[in-house]
Write a protein that binds this ligand. Structure first.
Ligand code: S3P
Length: 177
């Protein structure tokens, strides 16, 4: 079984994934880091040199591999869920956990890292704040439909979020083979 963490940039997927994996005694992988390792360049470099469609292809390939493993927690990139096949594979592989956060929370975290080292590539032509609003509007229904577990992260600690995820996981006897 694979547990996939989904949600927008800045909701804490890469912070929650290692602690959830440690709690379960599983491995964890950050899908963006795996893409960067395989491509041999950073995500911003893939976007600027090769374009978003090339990144999305890498992302779909990596997710396809990861979702066929076992005892793994995957921190998915914020847009991975927009790919129909990736979404279906996530749902077949095990629980899909949406880390949900309010626009203002997401924006304040993203704003704090804007222009930083290895920053996040722009996904639209809009200013960063408008981009978050537009993409969140597009994606929230998709996150909601894909998720089997929704966690309202609020200002909860990582440990509290992990507790809540574990409490909502299906009983081990119901895990897919
Ligand atoms: C993206 C989110 C990023 C990364 C890429 C595209 C998106 O991942 O995959 O920059 O489309 O929202 P994080 O959600 O881990 O920041």
């Amino acid at each position: 079984m694979v547990i996939t963490l989904i949600g927008f940039r800045g909701v804490g997927k890469s912070s929650v994934a290692p602690q959830l994996a440690a709690r379960l005694g599983w491995e964890w992988i950050d899908a963006d880091r795996e893409v960067a390792d395989r491509a041999g360049k950073s995500i911003p470099d893939i976007f600027s040199q090769d374009g978003e469609p090339v990144f999305r292809k890498w992302e779909a390939d990596v997710m396809n591999d990861l979702l066929h493993r076992d005892c793994l927690v995957v921190a998915a990139g914020g847009g991975a869920v927009m790919n129909d096949q990736t979404r279906r594979l996530m749902q077949e592989a095990g629980p899909v956990v949406w880390l949900q956060a309010a626009l203002e929370t997401i924006w304040s975290r993203i704003a704090a890292t804007l222009g930083g080292e290895g920053g996040r590539p722009a996904l639209t032509e809009h200013d960063p704040r408008t981009e978050v609003e537009i993409l969140l509007n597009q994606r929230e229904p998709v996150y909601a439909a894909a998720a089997s577990v929704t966690i309202r992260t609020g200002d909860h600690s990582i440990a509290a979020i992990v507790d809540e995820i574990v409490a909502q996981l299906p009983a081990q006897s119901e895990w897919p083979e």
